[in-house]
Unconditional design. Structure first.
Length: 122
């Protein structure tokens, strides 16, 4: 499934399914994407799916995504953005912004504190 979200039109299909908010389906997607959120965040099409995950997944799955983003050295990788053909691809910044918008409490504070030293990169 994570390969499908990397393609232009397929990521829209996955986002549509996620918008249906079928608990078992979204939980299954969360499991399939687990451990891949960093990589998916740095690509043009799949970053849209990660943002959708941050908007529609239940709190427990949302926390897993944010904790993966916070994992060292991954957050720095995301903030430094992926390089494609010599140009910076800013897609991950949108994912971080969405994570900030959807996080609460101590998770939000941890994300804010982790981003603070890298603000100039955003």
């Amino acid at each position: 499934m994570s390969i499908l979200v990397c393609y232009g039109y397929m990521n829209y299909v996955v986002q549509y399914v996620m918008d249906l908010k079928i608990c078992n389906t979204n939980s299954s997607l969360a499991q399939q994407f687990e451990g891949k959120y960093i990589q998916l965040s740095m690509q043009k099409f799949s970053s849209n799916v990660v943002k959708k995950c941050l908007n529609v997944f239940k709190e427990a799955d949302l926390a897993k995504i944010i904790l993966e983003l916070l994992a060292t050295p991954h957050l720095e990788q995301v903030l430094l953005r992926s390089k494609r053909a010599g140009a910076l691809a800013p897609y991950a910044n949108y994912v971080i912004y969405s994570a900030l918008q959807n996080s609460k409490g101590s998770l939000h504070s941890a994300l804010t504190n982790a981003i603070q030293p890298h603000v100039e990169l955003l």
